[in-house]
Design a protein around this ligand. Structure first.
Ligand SMILES: [Fe+2]
Length: 186
């Protein structure tokens, strides 16, 4: 389950219902997906897409997405820091940002048009849909790993448009779940 904090209200959304309805208030869709059959998180992309094909097809029909792929980022990914630097500043896309997390973690910050800033820490099993035009930024967590299904209406829209507001600088990208896990395993 995602960890969702409305940062400027110091409010944590705890239950699944709270998360779904709380995020919907700001236009963000959140779902939990289960695979149709057991699949390893390091299975080939085709197997991953097949295991979630029912959910993917439903979402494609609902959101007008035409393609789905699997992105895999880990500490050994060449140019990782340069890649992350493109997305850790406030930006928006002309395309929905749709991610279903297979492995690893990530931290989305959403700058809602209500003025609220939401921190959404995603983990495997989480589906998040950030509508086009929504101001947001993204960081990896301490594991520096994320494998995720992406859906696109048009890959051409998948370019960050920066606000240069520097709002992102006021929010520390801390992932509570991963911090907790790594502390507990020492
Ligand atoms: Fe983005």
């Amino acid at each position: 389950m995602a960890v969702v904090t409305i940062v400027n209200e110091d409010k944590v959304l705890k239950t699944r219902d709270e998360i779904v309805s709380g995020l919907a208030t700001h236009g963000i869709d959140y779902e939990r997906w289960e695979p149709a059959h057991p699949v390893s998180d390091d299975a080939p992309a085709e197997e991953i897409l097949h295991a979630y094909s029912r959910e993917i097809d439903e979402l494609k029909a609902r959101g007008g997405y035409v393609t789905a792929d699997v992105i895999d980022v880990n500490p050994g990914t060449p140019g990782l820091d340069e890649m992350l630097a493109k997305f850790n500043r406030e930006h928006w896309h002309d395309e929905d940002e749709v991610r279903f997390i297979i492995a690893g973690h990530g931290l989305f910050h959403i700058h809602s048009n209500t003025g609220a800033v939401l921190a959404i820490e995603v983990e495997p099993g989480d589906l998040i849909r950030v509508p086009r035009g929504t101001l947001h930024w993204f960081n990896l967590c301490a594991d520096r790993r994320i494998r995720a299904i992406r859906l696109f209406q048009d890959k051409a829209g998948w370019t960050p448009n920066y606000t240069d507001s520097r709002v992102d600088e006021g929010f520390v990208p801390v992932c509570f779940g991963v911090t907790h896990l790594s502390a507990g395993s020492r």
